[in-house]
Design a protein around this ligand. Structure first.
Ligand code: FES
Length: 163
């Protein structure tokens, strides 16, 4: 009786299988990241950023240590995460255009953090802001607000001016 033929894995098959599984894994991670709901990370402590008078209207101040931009808009302050929602690169603030430009695949977000063009499908995320005891702006990075999940309607996503 003839012995069944053994199928050997060629180098090409091996590479294709590796690419297939890597692609599948990357897709799965993207889906999980997209479905991420607003999360709380209690180990991250709030920090004081600055007093409101330190910023002009319609200006952006970067806080690289916290990976945010603090924006002073006519409605109040908000903290945009400086992480592109496409694949996590670090966009640049372009004051002339009043936009955030991602250098990796050229997604563009407006001053509010809304996507204008490029492969990113979501707006930039925001962190919670609140007033400190001395009237300073406090940042709480344990809370993330996503625009597409109505998160920007939450009180901490926009810090109105104190009267
Ligand atoms: S990571 Fe920003 S556009 Fe791709």
């Amino acid at each position: 009786m003839p012995e069944p033929e053994k199928k050997t894995l060629t180098r090409r098959d091996f590479l294709w299988q590796g690419l297939f599984w890597a692609g599948l894994w990357a897709s799965l991670l993207s889906v999980l990241r997209y479905l991420q709901i607003p999360s709380r990370h209690s180990e991250i402590k709030p920090v004081s950023l600055l007093f409101p008078a330190a910023m002009e209207l319609n200006t952006v101040q970067a806080f690289p240590a916290y990976q945010i931009w603090l924006v002073r808009s006519p409605e109040g302050f908000y903290a945009l995460r400086s992480i592109c929602t496409h694949m996590g690169c670090l966009p640049d603030w372009k004051p002339q255009a009043q936009e955030f430009h991602c250098p990796c695949h050229h997604s563009v977000f407006d001053l509010r953090g809304l996507r204008q063009r490029g492969p990113a499908l979501r707006a930039l995320e925001r962190h919670r802001l609140f007033w400190g005891p001395q009237g300073e702006i406090m940042l709480d990075r344990s809370v993330i607000y996503r625009h597409e999940l109505e998160g920007w309607a939450q009180p901490g996503a926009l810090l109105p001016f104190q009267s």
